[in-house]
Write a protein that binds this ligand. Structure first.
Ligand code: A3P
Length: 345
């Protein structure tokens, strides 16, 4: 009998304890997201008016899963009507450069309460088949957002694809364009590493980087190799400048985004006319990953997938020197055009 009573008491204590811990966790989480629950600052008029009555997006995010569903395009008609949500064409696009840190940049910008990211690379402007589906198809690929927010998408292939500048211009001639670059030789090796990993996954063999980057007949840099061509940033940018003035571009330092992301993000906030909302609180260094990760609030944080931040194969130093020498004049021109100088060798 005594044993039965003790068991009952233990059971009651367990239920009470669970309730107390649950409430405590809820309170802590709410405090962590309080800054997100404040009304948002109004932002640049070009991005539309902002009503103080609207529920800040992060408050919705706190209702676990709801915002996630919106962003996946799964919101019900009732939810869309209730929250006045819309699918908007992007006001800014990260057009490249592949392996420059495009995913990190998009995810980090998404920390801003006025930014909503398109999670997938949509490849609307570089893929003829997608482009033929029309602008409404593209818009329908966008996440749900409040009218005052801006949607950003990233498709790094845009930067190097011939037809893209004209197509984007036709959609919106005043769109803001973000380009994230890294030291060109490192970027080319990163590009190679991604392809190599794909081949290995399929049990295929692949050439060494040195063999692809250097023409064996001339012993010069092989400009036919795509990873090399993509790193000649100025050549691609010049094509874009036939459609957009340089003021519509912002160049992000991808190497600095790795080591010191906040100042780079603050420059982007300024470029997009957004109030500065991303803070050091939102970014923490994860020693295991060797990269900065994202903190939305006290309960929700995340690092980028393991495919970001691969270990590069060792490359012959004479090949690296040759590549750096090759890129040097193009880099100088890039600095001159963009007005942003990097410490690239
Ligand atoms: P590596 O894999 O060569 O290190 P993209 O998203 O354009 O494909 O770029 C991938 C690169 O983003 C990675 O290249 C990595 O160095 C860089 N990067 C920048 N910030 C990062 C972060 N916080 N976490 C993981 N990778 C990051």
């Amino acid at each position: 009998m005594l044993f039965k009573q003790q068991a009952l008491l233990r059971q009651k204590l367990f239920v009470l304890g669970s309730l107390a811990i649950g409430s405590l966790l809820y309170l802590v989480a709410r405090v962590g997201s309080l800054d997100r629950l404040q009304p948002l600052c109004s932002i640049d008029g070009r991005f539309g008016p902002h009503s103080q009555d609207e529920i800040p997006l992060r408050a919705l995010q706190f209702k676990r899963g709801l915002l996630h569903e919106f962003r996946k395009g799964n919101a019900t008609k009732e939810q869309i009507r209730l929250h006045n949500l819309v699918q908007q064409l992007p006001k800014a696009i990260i057009i490249g450069v592949r392996k420059g840190g495009t995913r990190a940049l998009l995810e980090m910008l998404n920390l801003h309460p006025s930014v909503v990211k398109a999670s997938q690379e949509i490849h609307f402007f570089d893929n003829d088949e997608n482009y033929a589906k029309g602008i409404e198809w593209y818009r329908k690929k966008m996440p749900f957002s409040y009218p005052h927010q801006i949607t950003i998408e990233k498709s790094p292939a845009y930067f190097i694809t011939e037809e893209v500048p004209e197509r984007i211009y036709k959609m919106n001639s005043s769109i803001k364009l973000l380009i994230i670059v890294r030291e060109p030789t490192t970027r080319a090796i990163s590009d190679y590493t991604q392809v190599l990993e794909g081949k290995e996954r399929k049990n295929k063999t692949y050439y060494k980087f040195e063999k692809l980057a250097i023409d064996p007949n001339t012993c010069e840099v092989n400009t036919k190799y795509k990873a090399v061509r993509t790193s000649i940033y100025t050549k691609h940018l010049e094509r874009w400048l036939k459609y957009f003035p340089i003021e519509q571009f912002h160049i992000v330092d991808g190497d600095r985004l790795i080591t010191e992301p906040l100042p780079e993000l603050q420059l982007v906030e300024k470029f997009l006319n957004l109030p500065p909302r991303i803070s050091q609180y939102n970014l923490y260094f994860n020693a295991t990953r060797g990269f900065y990760c994202l903190r939305f609030n006290i309960v929700f944080n995340k690092c980028l997938a393991g495919s970001k931040g691969r270990i590069h194969p060792e490359v012959d130093t004479s090949v690296i020197t040759k590549l750096r020498k090759f890129f040097h004049p193009f880099n100088q021109k890039f600095y001159q055009i963009t007005g942003r100088t990097f410490n690239w060798p």
